[in-house]
Design a protein around this ligand. Structure first.
Ligand code: MTE
Ligand code: MO
Length: 325
């Protein structure tokens, strides 16, 4: 059996996720001093951007804004309870079926109504801006939620690079289309490739990030490696995984879930406890945070805009959120 190791990391150095916070604080100190640090008799290497290629590799991060101090969802749940229909519709399927997914080489095209279209290599994406730790709430439209320490930087960073034209009103994100690697794409579960979209002002909001990691490490494949979007005030499906294209457009994109079931999934999909899904209430959520001994399950109230209303409610001033759900 093949034992997979993180790039440049001895297995003895893989930190238990429980030690995440203390290690992060420690690594921040190490990073500030340079590429490596002698601790006792062990030399710890800090990965350079070129080495942070593979899922699970340590990332050099700084503390980012907007983090919640709620209890984190355990790493195990973040990486084994996934929605990633390109691999499987079972929650525990993607972790298995995405194990050998190739995330190198990988390019992201940023194009459309822009002054300077550009194709970014994933390693350029990783180097474009300081990688920030951002602990966000993550609310799935199905009624469960997590608290995930993502790693990334504002989506606006990459959008500004290509200089959007005034005509550009929306941003469209496209996931990789590769049925050879993604078994779910061999069936017509959805109309592949997976497409999502935001209004330009939503995409430019500092809460919206381009995400390359979680728990201080490069994204596990099942969470959308090597790069995904995270928009924490919207239902999870707005946060497209494993993206290869970002397109600035004039018309509102037809997002995959809206196309599949327009009565159930709107374009906006802002988290809203007052607008029920046609088949279930959205008032409560099952928070997966390891609190309950029996099932790691706890019911809490869902908040408007997933608790980010102070930051984003103004984007929707004057809009009827029942109509634009
Ligand atoms: N390409 C793609 N992106 C996707 C999905 C998907 O099936 N395919 N599922 C979405 C849904 S419904 C959710 S809740 C989140 C889940 O992200 P996570 O598994 O990292 O928690 O990814 C979103 N992005
Ligand atoms: Mo979801």
């Amino acid at each position: 059996m093949l034992i997979r190791k993180s790039a440049g990391l001895a297995s003895s150095e893989i930190t238990p996720k429980r030690a995440y916070f203390s290690r992060r604080a420690f690594m921040a100190g190490a990073a500030a001093t340079g590429g490596s640090l002698l601790v006792g008799r062990r030399l710890l290497e800090i990965a350079s951007p070129a080495e942070v290629a593979q899922a699970g590799a340590k990332l050099n991060t700084v503390k980012g804004p907007f983090s919640t101090d709620e209890k984190l969802t355990p790493y195990k749940d973040v990486t084994t309870y996934n929605n990633f229909y390109e691999f499987s519709t079972d929650k525990d399927g993607p972790a298995q079926l995405a194990r050998d997914f190739r995330t190198r080489p990988w390019q992201v095209k940023v194009e459309g109504l822009v002054q300077k279209p550009r194709t970014f290599d994933i390693d350029d994406i990783l180097k474009l801006a300081p990688l920030e730790d951002r602990i966000y709430r993550h609310r799935c439209v199905e009624g469960w939620s997590m608290v995930i320490p993502w790693v990334g930087y504002p989506l606006s960073t990459v959008l500004k690079q290509v200089e959007p034209l005034g005509k550009a009103k929306y941003v469209e994100f496209t996931t990789l289309l590769d049925p050879k690697q993604m078994p779910g794409q061999r069936a017509r579960i959805l109309d592949w490739p997976y497409i999502e979209g935001l209004r330009v002002d939503e995409a430019m909001h500092p809460l919206a990030i381009l995400c390359v990691g979680l728990y201080g490490e490069a994204l596990p494949n099942q969470d959308g490696a090597p790069v995904r979007v995270v928009v924490p005030w919207k239902y999870g499906f707005k946060s497209a995984k494993s993206i290869v294209k970002i397109r600035l457009v004039e018309q509102q994109p037809i997002n995959t879930w809206n196309q599949a079931a327009p009565d159930e999934y709107g374009f906006y999909s802002n988290v809203n406890p007052d607008v029920d899904h046609p088949r279930w209430s959205q008032k409560m959520e099952r928070r997966i945070d390891g609190s309950s001994f029996f099932a790691s399950i706890r019911k809490i109230s869902t908040r408007p805009f997933n608790g980010y209303g102070d930051q984003v409610a103004h984007l929707y001033a004057g809009m009827d959120l029942r109509k634009y759900f």
